[in-house]
Design a protein around this ligand. Structure first.
Ligand SMILES: Nc1ncnc2c1ncn2[C@@H]1O[C@H](COP(=O)(O)OP(=O)(O)OP(=O)(O)O)[C@@H](O)[C@H]1O
Ligand SMILES: [Mg+2]
Length: 1022
């Protein structure tokens, strides 16, 4: 057995794999560690096939010895494995990963002589072998079934690209290159030869270009010969030449040695006649032995082989115009490259020699090129331009319109590399992220790192693995800095200071990185975002952490003078470097900065991250706790802007005790202010009010003007909703005296306070004051491009129209406000105002949609203070549509809710609305419209008899509430409507009393239109 194991080791090593262990009669081999290649799955299958052949060859002999037949079966899977240190000499420690388990199960599935592989291995080896699908298969240790495939045989002409979804783009761009090849063909017809080298990065489309060119040829007229180099065959001498000769002599994989010999001998004879100069040398490539080549020095053998090859090629070229295509020479073994170079330098017969390789390779030195002259041409394939990439995406997906986020993603990630582009799209489809519905493609969720195809990873890791140790380290360190990295940072971060310049030069030459033009400081950028990601992800977590931390420290040093410009980057590096103190510091600073720029999502993200760090920290110090409360106070602003009240309330609510425990009154005071604010919005007005009074108290105690300002600002709102309108105005005035000093440093304070005062005036029905506030907010909004202030400006201007009874103007202004509002919360405020104006103006139909939007939004985010009135108004709309029962039910619910929660103002308005509804039902109860009656018959029969009493009761309740809270605007209207109601009931005296009350109030409030209506109503009584 030890002999077999020795042979197996040799085969695995040949494919640059690595024997992990022998267990009993089983072997575990890994491919991809310690060295990754882009074709590791293919290497694994090839190695397995060779091992099978070996065992089969030795089988009978050994079988006799051990008394039973010896057969092999193999399982292969591809995926992530975790390894400790990998050292081919000493072995590995602790290799683990699901793939190992699956591979072992697959090997259990394989019958004697079979190789069974998993789906990722399959997709990466597709095109190289013929497979047979075994269908979904259950294996132990896996919940769902897995796809398994049996390896049948290698393909004659392997193709590297797998096309999972049968999608292929038409050839995009490449017109110049195609024309160049076409011209060479014309010259070939004129008996003029050319050497054309196509050079480009992995996946730029070299093979595709050649394929397209080949498709233009008439293969009867032109002879096409090709030889390929493969990554797995790099160490097989003359592999591309053998591949080429296989084509010429029609030698097939699996031909027995005798047949090979016969084919070669007759082929050579037929071509060159002079067998003795050719056969021994070519034959030795096929392990055929001829005495002439035996005992020859390697040098002379080499030179004879070259002559032989030249003879064969010349003979071929003499027959017909010939194109010789040599693909992927970067993988060719050095001896073949040398032979090719020499053969080409001495080329006699006209032919096109098409050499394709990646930029890691160079066929000729510049000195040699000068000798070759004009028959040499080079095509450097570049990435596709952004518009070409988009065309390619369209052509791949076969649609004209592509979702914008997909466009963006592909542009960012693939950046013009056709292979990456194809693979990205493939993997998005595979992972179910990109789906096709009714002929259109949709991205159904955010794209994540895991959506990037393992094949791309393979290609990139393969390239990286061929770097020298120092180059690899430098590029790894650079990847931690980011996609773009400054030389001066890398220089200070790296441990390899002496190597940095030559390494960067190499990386640049390999086109992995590029210098950024026109930058004041030398800066590099990874050519592809994916390269940076793969390099970065290839680092162990521990290494990444250390490098991040070092980068953070270097940046702090380097940018001492301009630290604030780098907060976000510093936050990132210290976060990833796990330096909690610094990370939190920079995260908070970044959060504040984003908030200033009104980047709310970013700001939220930074604060949240800082919060998670701090709150998860074990054994928190006093300092930590103070920092945490300070953070919550700052973070609250993002909740305020985003209108996430439930979340804020929960967050703050769970930290009240902690806030009380810190010895910092100013921070505690602000915490209370936010707590009060949050409670107000989630509808717990009275408790909220207590917190706000407490925060004001603390502010006054310690003389903190800013805290006083904010407490007053929040109190104005809470007081109005609680029906303490005069108190609201007093807080408003108090705040106003203070905030002037903060006008430049804290605009939001000015805004919240001013709008709060406006709310009080609106509630009091003071038209002129409401209008003044509206105008000043509008002005402030324009001056500072503050959309919140602008939209609330419109809110109060609309409110002033409402007070005066000009509903149409109110509706128009509110609509303008909805458009001006950039944040959802403010848009809701304006929608409510619009809905209210519609309802008052009798335009119920227009009100429904916006009101429903308000209800949905406020339910979701806990904006209770608008939810209740919106609900009430919606009830009104339903009634107007004839759905009396459900409409009244909703209004009644809203009334209850406002009663319970202490929304006095809202309560007053709802009582008024109910009164008005019942009075209308009552008034129309004689000539009620037929559809309304038909719909509501049962309901009307039951309630109509009481509508009159109900109307009166609700009106009176509304008067009571409005009087109590000083809501004069509503009060006037209730009096007027109650007066009119009495008038229809012929209770003229009562009617006169009410209308006179209304008249006086309207005069006070300067509500001109209502005043006019009231005057007319009074006159009609006489
Ligand atoms: N101009 C193009 N228009 C449309 N599709 C393209 C274009 N160029 C390349 N492709 C597609 O992108 C994929 C990758 O191209 P190709 O295999 O030719 O790259 P390559 O340069 O040969 O890469 P490698 O160095 O790995 O061999 C293929 O599926 C190919 O069809
Ligand atoms: Mg190729």
């Amino acid at each position: 057995m030890s002999r077999i194991f020795g042979e197996i080791s040799r085969i695995v090593t040949k494919y640059e794999g690595f024997i992990e262990k022998f267990i009993g009669d089983a072997v575990v081999a890994l491919f991809g560690v310690p060295k990754a290649h882009e074709d590791d799955p293919i290497r694994a299958i090839r190695a397995a096939r060779e091992i099978h052949e070996l065992v089969e060859g030795l089988g009978p002999q050994l079988g006799q010895k051990i008394g039973q037949p010896l057969r092999m079966h193999t399982g292969i899977d591809t995926g992530l494995v975790v390894t400790g240190e990998v050292d081919p000499e000493k072995g590995t420690h602790g290799v683990s990963g699901e793939s190992l388990n699956i591979a072992s199960r697959l090997s259990g599935l394989a019958k004697p002589g079979e190789i069974v592989i998993g789906s990722v291995t399959y997709s990466q080896a597709e095109g190289h072998f013929a497979f047979e699908g075994l269908g979904p298969t259950k294996v132990k240790g896996r919940a769902g079934p897995i796809q398994a495939y049996r390896v049948l045989s290698p393909m004659g002409e392997p193709s590297k690209v797998h096309r999972l979804h049968g999608m292929r783009a038409e050839l995009i761009g490449r017109k110049v290159e195609m024309a160049l090849l076409g011209e060479a063909l014309d010259r070939l017809r004129e008996k003029e030869g050319n050497i054309i080298c196509i050079c480009g990065d992995a996946g730029t489309g070299k093979s595709r270009l050649v394929e397209e060119f080949k498709a233009t040829l008439d293969l009867e007229e032109t002879q096409w010969l090709e030889g390929h180099a493969y990554s797995y065959a790099q160490n097989i001498p003359y592999f591309p030449l053998i591949d080429l000769l296989n084509g010429v002599f029609q030698v097939e994989e699996g031909d027995p040695p005798k047949k090979v010999k016969a084919k070669i001998e007759s082929g050579v004879e037929h071509l060159v006649g002079k067998k003795e100069d050719v056969l021994p040398y070519v034959g030795s490539l096929y392990a055929l032995s001829y005495t002439a080549a035996e005992n020859m020095s390697p040098e002379s053998w080499k030179s004879r082989l070259k002559d032989a090859v030249q003879m064969i090629l010349s003979a071929l070229a003499r027959r017909t115009p010939t194109i010789l295509y040599l693909e992927d020479l970067h993988w060719a073994d050095p001896s073949f490259v040398e032979l090719l170079r020499n053969a080409l330098l001495e080329i006699r017969e006209p032919a096109i020699v098409l050499c394709v390789y990646r930029p890691t390779f160079n066929l000729f030195t510049s000195h040699q090129l000068r000798g070759i002259g004009k028959i040499y041409q080079e095509i450097r394939l570049q990435d596709l331009s952004p518009s070409e990439s988009q065309d390619m995406l369209g052509s791949l997906l076969k649609v004209d319109s592509i979702p914008a986020d997909l466009r963006r993603f592909v542009q960012d990630k693939a950046e013009g590399n056709p292979f990456y582009l194809e693979e990205l799209v493939n993997s998005l489809i595979d992972s179910g992220t990109l789906i096709r519905e009714d002929g259109n493609w949709t991205l159904i969720r955010l794209v994540s790192e895991s959506d990037i195809s393992p094949t791309i990873h393979g290609v990139i890791s393969g390239r990286l693995d061929r770097l020298e140790k120092e180059e690899k380290r430098i590029i790894q360190e650079a990847s931690v800095i980011g996609r773009a990295f400054l030389y001066k940072i890398l220089e200070r971060v790296t441990e390899l200071k002496a190597d940095i310049d030559p390494c960067l030069r190499v990386l640049e030459r390999l086109d992995l990185i590029r210098t950024r033009p026109l930058q004041p400081d030398l800066e590099y950028v990874f050519k592809h975002a994916l390269t940076q990601e793969v390099v970065y992800n290839g680092l162990l977590k521990k290494e990444r952490k250390e490098i991040h931390e070092r980068i953070g420290q270097v940046m702090e040093q380097l940018f001492r003078q301009r630290l604030s410009e780098h907060y976000e980057t510093l936050a990132l590096h210290f976060t990833k470097g796990h330096s909690v103190q610094k990370a939190v510091d920079y995260l908070i600073k970044s959060g504040e900065r984003s908030l200033k720029r009104y980047a709310l999502e970013d700001s939220h993200w930074y604060f949240k991250k800082a919060f998670d760090f701090l709150s998860n920290r074990p054994n928190k110090t006093k300092q930590d706790n103070r920092l945490l409360i300070d953070l919550l106070n700052k973070w609250s602003f993002t909740f305020h802007y985003r209108g996430y009240f439930y979340e804020l309330n929960d967050l703050l609510g769970s930290h009240v005790n902690l806030a009380k425990s810190i010895d910092d009154r100013a921070k505690l005071g602000m915490f209370y202010a936010w707590m009060g604010y949050a409670l107000h919005y989630v509808g717990r007005l009275r408790v909220g009010y207590q917190y706000l009074r407490e925060s004001l108290h603390i502010g006054e105690q310690i003389g903190d003007k800013w805290l006083i300002g904010w407490s007053c600002a929040f109190l104005t709102w809470t007081c109005v909703d609680l029906g303490l309108v005069d108190e609201a105005i007093r807080f408003g005035e108090k705040g106003r005296k203070i905030i002037k000093r903060f006008l430049s440093s804290d605009q939001e304070l000015f805004f919240v306070l001013t709008a709060g005062i406006g709310y009080a005036y609106f509630c009091k029905g003071q038209r002129a004051e409401t209008l003044t506030i509206g105008r000043s907010l509008e002005d402030f909004g324009h001056r500072y491009s503050n959309s919140r202030s602008l939209s609330m400006g419109y809110f109060y201007i609309a409110a002033s129209h409402l007070i005066s009874g000009s509903f149409l103007s109110a509706m128009e202004t509110a609509k303008k406000g909805v458009h001006a509002a950039k944040e959802p919360m403010f848009a809701q405020n304006l929608r409510i105002m619009f809905g209210l104006s519609c309802c008052f103006g009798g335009e119920f139909e227009q009100a429904e949609k916006p009101l429903r939007e308000v209800v949905t939004y406020s339910k979701k985010f806990g904006y209770r203070t608008v939810e209740v009135p919106a609900y009430g108004l919606l009830g009104l709309v339903l009634i107007a549509k004839g759905q009396m029962k459900s409409g009244l039910k909703i209004i009644e619910e809203a009334r209850q809710s406002s009663l319970e929660n202490g929304y006095r103002f809202c309560h007053g308005v709802l009582e008024y609305i109910l009164g008005k509804m019942y009075s209308q039902i009552f008034e129309e109860s004689t000539p009620l419209s037929i559809p309304v009656v038909a719909k509501n018959l049962g309901f009307l029969l039951r309630s109509v008899p009481f509508t009159s009493t109900k109307a009166e009761n609700h009106f009176n309740k509304a008067i009571e509430v409005a009087k109590e809270i000083g809501a004069n605007g509503i009060l006037g209207q209730v009096y007027l409507d109650l007066g009119l109601f009495y008038k229809t009931r012929k209770r003229t005296e009562k009617a006169r009393e009410c209308i006179t009350e209304a008249l006086q109030i309207f005069e006070q409030c300067e509500a001109e239109l209502y005043l006019k209506q009231a005057k007319e109503a009074l006159a009609s009584l006489n």
